[in-house]
Design a protein around this ligand. Structure first.
Ligand code: ARG
Length: 301
């Protein structure tokens, strides 16, 4: 992958607007996010193109600093709850892949790659303890959670990716569980192997996305739901910075470093933009959104 953004300074945190403490900007809904400290994070297998060439190259101390910056930024916007990392599951830090939760129910991921399948039991246990009703997906129908399944801002539609990880055969279960419209999107670029690497429905009803990651029918489907003025298409350079892997809470977007042009576009759309250096996680093919699972509207109990 492009090494120019994989090296560089250790974790730094800068923001494009003076920070508004959450107390003076109290959101209507208290968002709850699930994260996992990178205490045991590593790149020690290759299951996506970002990991190849990065085996053993992640620097734990930098990862800890960068994760802490992300955690600090998000803690000002939402409640953050943690799951303990487990030895042998270095990708557990990417909690977006734990499953998909809504209304007290969680569809636990059924990972495509054996390398991540041990995580399923750890995430499952956490959700059992938190009082969720558990939905297990069959091994034959891989599903990688919120990494591949994102609700539209109004909650009426579930956009679900398929291609290299989640298979389309899992989508029917999701439709049944939440009785929601499911729109399937075909991911065709191996660098953007999860939906959340190239597609982010924003809370104001617009969409941040990288069009070339999708096949033509999927692009047409996206365009039929988001009019031109509601679509923010990012360049390949920003897509490779994981600009679409963004955590949007109310008017704030938290993400890896992006171009000044994209930052200006997001600000012009009314968003606060908080950029957190996350290059240690790009080595494994993840950034801000991958490190977070949204549990809104709150824990089950
Ligand atoms: N190394 C992890 C994998 O390949 C990264 C997961 C990133 N997560 C995400 N939601 N995109 O599975």
């Amino acid at each position: 992958m492009d090494s120019s953004f994989q090296s560089g300074d250790p974790a730094t945190f800068h923001q494009s607007l003076p920070f508004t403490p959450s107390r003076t900007n109290t959101p209507a809904i208290q968002h709850t996010l699930l994260m996992c400290k990178p205490t045991l994070y590593d790149v020690n297998y290759v299951i996506n193109p970002w990991m190849s060439g990065n085996l053993g190259k992640s620097i734990r101390a930098h990862a800890m600093q960068q994760w802490q910056s992300l955690y600090d930024a998000l803690s000002r916007l939402a409640e953050v709850v943690l799951i303990e990392p487990v030895l042998g599951s270095p990708d557990m830090v990417f909690t977006a892949n734990a499953g998909l939760a809504r209304e007290g129910r969680v569809a636990i991921s059924s990972f495509f790659h054996p390398e991540r399948q041990a995580e399923e039991q750890h995430f499952r246990r956490w959700f059992v303890d938190a009082g969720y009703k558990i939905i297990d997906l069959a091994r034959e129908t891989p599903f990688e959670g919120e990494g591949d399944a994102l609700f539209s801002a109004d909650g009426a539609r579930l956009w679900v990716g398929y291609g290299s990880r989640t298979l389309q055969s899992s989508h029917a279960t999701l439709r049944e569980v939440w009785n929601v419209e499911v729109s399937s999107l075909h991911l065709i670029d191996p660098r953007f192997y999860h939906l959340d690497t190239c597609f982010a429905p924003l809370e104001d009803g617009s969409l941040l996305y990288y069009p070339a990651a999708f096949d033509e029918p999927s692009r047409a489907l996206i365009e039929s739901f988001y009019s031109l003025d509601r679509r923010i298409a990012v360049t390949e350079a920003d897509a490779l910075r994981f600009a679409c892997n963004a955590v949007n809470i109310d008017q704030t977007i938290v993400l890896n470093r992006i171009s000044p042009e994209l930052e200006a576009t997001l600000r012009a759309s009314g968003f606060n933009v908080i950029q957190v250096e996350l290059d240690e996680f790009l080595k494994a093919g993840g950034a801000a959104k991958c490190l977070v699972m949204k549990l809104t509207p709150g824990l089950a109990n």
